[in-house]
Write a protein that binds this ligand. Structure first.
Ligand SMILES: [Zn+2]
Length: 324
């Protein structure tokens, strides 16, 4: 049989693993705890076991594997495969992840940052399939981003490009987790949505107060969405504000890159038309006519698997580059 590629998406809580054929067929997927509290060795043990178990369950061995790709939280060096010190991976400092995993598995291993692999996954097999240029926003606690142009990830000279969550949208705006002010992430993430809800909380007449017992600590994306769907005007305003910020970020990408598709990932896209209609309206009102007509704005095609599939896709692309 033809060879397979392994994707491993490493998060603070779970390791997701997938086996994908070189013909873009998903053969198997699995998820297990990442044992992040145990430090780098425990995490690598979990990843290695996950790969070997999944292969064995599917009648495969490492001999069938062409390469393996790992998605990890940054900061990192994608070329050397060294992961510096991600905030949600305790005990990690300058870990040579690619080299160590290559030694353990005996196949070429590649490391990329988690936002880029999610983008690549959507480009390779998801809502971006068949397009040449794709922009991905991942809307969660933060706002992750990725850009594919001419079929390649846009990485920048130091590998730090496409931090779309940190596009500046407001002078002297809200404080962002990155230490700067006025970043898109501080408005367009789920955390940003909660901050918007808090801003006019005192004078707001809203069912959210009953739903949270008046405690803004209890606010989250789901509660705001549910209140909005139930017709609560304040929750609808909060949701529209958030969608507007997302639309402004997307409009900037439309004007800058003239992409074929902008893809939104993350839990927030469960809101469906309520989110997408507003985002499309704001993009249309704020970007040039020709690129707006060209650009489709779509939900992720791979659901929560964009990252792990993208790990495999990135590994295949990089293996092919190395073996030309
Ligand atoms: Zn920022």
């Amino acid at each position: 049989m033809s060879k397979v590629i392994i994707g491993v998406d490493l998060g603070g809580t779970f390791v997701k693993t997938a086996i994908v054929s070189t013909e873009k067929k998903i053969i198997a997927k699995a998820s297990r705890p990442s044992d992040a509290d145990g430090g780098p060795k425990a995490v690598m043990d979990a990843m290695e076991a996950s790969v070997r178990d999944l292969l064995a369950e599917n009648g495969l061995t490492m001999d069938n594997v062409l390469a393996a790709g790992f998605g990890a939280p940054g900061p990192m060096n994608w070329q050397t495969g060294i992961v510096y010190s991600p905030p949600n991976l305790p005990g990690w400092k300058d870990v040579p992840l690619a080299a160590d995993m290559s030694k353990r598995l005996g196949v070429p291993c590649y490391v990329d940052n988690d936002a880029n692999v999610a983008c690549y996954g959507e480009f390779w097999m998801g809502a971006g399939h068949g397009a040449e240029s794709v922009v991905v926003f991942t809307l969660g606690t933060g706002v992750g981003g990725g850009v594919v142009v001419f079929g390649q990830l846009l990485r920048g000279i130091d590998g730090t490009a496409a931090e779309l969550g940190h596009i500046k949208v407001m002078r002297d705006g809200r404080m962002c987790g990155c230490g700067s002010k006025g970043c898109l992430e501080a408005y367009a993430s789920v955390t940003g949505m909660v901050r918007t809800a808090e801003e006019k909380w005192a004078e707001a007449e809203t069912a959210l107060k009953a739903m949270t017992g008046g405690d803004t600590e209890m606010l989250d994306g789901k509660i705001i969405y549910e209140a909005a769907v139930a017709g609560d005007a304040y929750a609808q305003w909060v949701f529209d504000e958030t969608a507007t910020w997302i639309g402004l970020g997307a409009a900037s990408m439309v004007n800058m890159l003239n992409p074929e598709r902008i893809i939104l990932c993350g839990g927030m896209i469960a809101a469906g038309d309520m989110l997408f209609d507003k985002v499309r309206e704001v993009v249309k009102a704020n970007a040039f006519e020709v690129p707006v007509k060209r650009c489709q704005i779509l939900p992720a095609g791979l659901g929560g698997d964009s990252g792990v599939i993208g790990c495999a896709g990135c590994a295949l692309a990089r293996w092919q580059e190395d073996n030309r």
